[in-house]
Design a protein around this ligand. Sequence first.
Ligand code: ZN
Length: 129
Amino acid sequence: MDNRTTTNRDAERQWKCPWCGSEALNKTSIVMPDSRACDCGAVGIAAPRVDSDEIIDAAIDYFHVTTRPESRGFDALFLQDIQRSGIEIREGALTRNLEAPEFWATIRHLWFRRQKADDNAAEQEKECR
Ligand SMILES: [Zn+2]
């Protein structure tokens, strides 16, 4: 009934980490939707673009993000909540699931990575210059 997690060889190549450029090969504890973890700590989550809220829900769960009550139903506010708790967000590949009806065929990969203390220091250094 639900074939959204179906992967094919093309989809397998779409897990390129937007931070380090490696192919993310590790499984995550996220059951749904489709996800991969990279060795650098980034986690990619993929779902039909029209179901972007499923990606965001999974990320909130995975990173134990505290959300504001007013964020409910608003993806943009939820994304702010995620960023405020120290998680960086990057857009990944858009792929096509040829087996899905057109409405669900565009698959969005959204990536999340907890900011490391090192990254913060580097950022602050940049700002000082
Ligand atoms: Zn990576």
